[in-house]
Design a binder for this molecule. Structure first.
Ligand code: CP3
Length: 355
């Protein structure tokens, strides 16, 4: 990857707690169904996975939100379930049901049968997309690569899809922890090799989505989710193109464990809207940067309310000169009016100005 000079690096600088001119902002799921241009392209392409597996289309979708909003980062258009798909589980999206697997993991034999995917073979559509997007961005903003956490991937792989009570994977956790640990360890190795391949292809920062870590009891969270994210943090290539590659860990509903998450050695913690950003900030001190944490539902409100809520999040973070990346506390909803997001993004830059 040839290095390009970044025209806007305030997202990377904030993650590394270096001085910034204003608070950077990007939005989880910033490319997606709330954008009419996404829905049009998706209709043309066929399925969601048809978009993900075509590097030119994935690139086009990645750039769509940047054409509308003054965002400080782009995020690779893909999905966390590419790894289990590459392991042979047969990912498909049933209309209205979310992701499903044809061949879920139910036994020690199932775990033994899966291998660690080679990212430049089975997942080359992802690394190709990263290279294509970097070229198209031409240094405009940094590109974020990502993966699911081993625990979150395991929930989908064992349940066979989305779940409400996680009975199968939690059943395995309590009745056959050895098998679950073997699965999580294979997933951690897969995520390390996948994220390092994204970094080698040009991802300038990486984020791990632990969407379902928050459904665990504290001691179980540490043993079955955090431990494997810590292994990943240790295994990542933390520098590329002469710059640090910051790592963000996001456990939804994990604000209460912020100090343990910070102890992994990650650069930043993603905070969802059920936590108080001020309390999390006080708990972690200067150890990590924070990302978050406006309630995605604020985007249904009127302009004045949205601007007030942006100010609230910024003031919850406090008056530190850096170390905050503004985001929603989880992905943007599909029924949000895109014009509302423009108000939020512009307000962050306006109210976040330093000095
Ligand atoms: O943030 C971004 O814009 C980058 C793209 C991205 C997607 N999924 C695109 C997507 C990212 C980072 C993800 C991560 C992801 N995928 C997570 C972790 C983050 C989170 O939201 O907690 C999870 C749990 C998944 C699994 C997954 N993929 C779900 C639950 C769904 C939604 C199913 C549904 O129908 O509501 C998907 C599909 C998906 N991933 C869509 C997008 C834009 C919708 C695809 C479509 O129907 O067009």
């Amino acid at each position: 990857m040839s290095s390009t000079v970044l025209k806007n690096d305030r997202y990377l600088r904030a993650l590394l707690q270096e001085p910034v001119d204003t608070t950077p902002v990007w939005i989880m799921r910033q490319a997606g169904r709330y954008l009419p241009e996404y829905r049009a392209l998706r209709k043309q392409a066929g399925s969601f996975m048809d978009l993900c597996t075509n590097p030119e289309l994935a690139c086009e979708v990645t750039l769509q939100p940047l054409e509308r909003f003054d965002l400080d980062a782009a995020i690779l258009f893909s999905d966390i379930l590419t790894i289990p798909d590459a392991m042979g589980l047969g990912l498909y999206f049933a209309e209205g049901e979310g992701p499903c697997f044809e061949r879920p993991i139910r036994s020690a034999a199932d775990v033994a049968a899966i291998g660690i995917p080679d990212p430049e073979l089975e997942l080359s559509y992802v690394t190709d997309a990263v290279r294509t997007i970097r070229k198209a961005l031409d240094g405009r903003v940094p590109l974020i690569g990502f993966s699911g956490s081993p625990w979150t991937l395991a929930t989908y792989m064992v349940e066979g899809g989305t779940s409400k009570d996680f009975s199968k994977v939690k059943g395995m956790l309590y009745s056959d922890p050895k098998t679950l640990h073997l699965l999580l360890d294979k997933l951690a190795d897969s995520v390390i090799s996948y994220l390092n391949a994204q970094i080698a292809a040009g991802a300038q920062s990486v984020m791990i989505f632990d969407t379902w870590g928050g459904v665990l009891s504290p001691h179980v969270y540490k043993e079955f989710s955090l431990q494997y994210m810590a292994k990943i943090v240790d295994g990542l290539q933390r520098e590329a193109e002469g710059r640090k590659v910051p790592v963000t860990l996001f456990t939804k509903n994990g604000g209460r464990w912020a100090t343990s998450i910070a102890a992994t050695g990650c650069d930043a913690i993603g905070v969802d809207w059920t936590s108080d950003l001020k309390e999390v900030g006080e708990a972690v001190g200067d150890k990590v940067a924070l990302q978050g944490n406006m309630d995605p539902s604020v985007l249904y409100a009127d302009e004045e309310t949205m601007r007030t809520e942006v100010k609230r999040v910024l003031s919850d973070f406090g008056d530190k000169p850096t170390g905050h990346v503004f985001n929603l506390g989880h992905g943007i909803h599909q029924h949000v009016n895109p014009d509302h997001l423009k108000i939020v993004v512009d307000s962050v830059h306006e109210f976040g100005r330093k000095g």
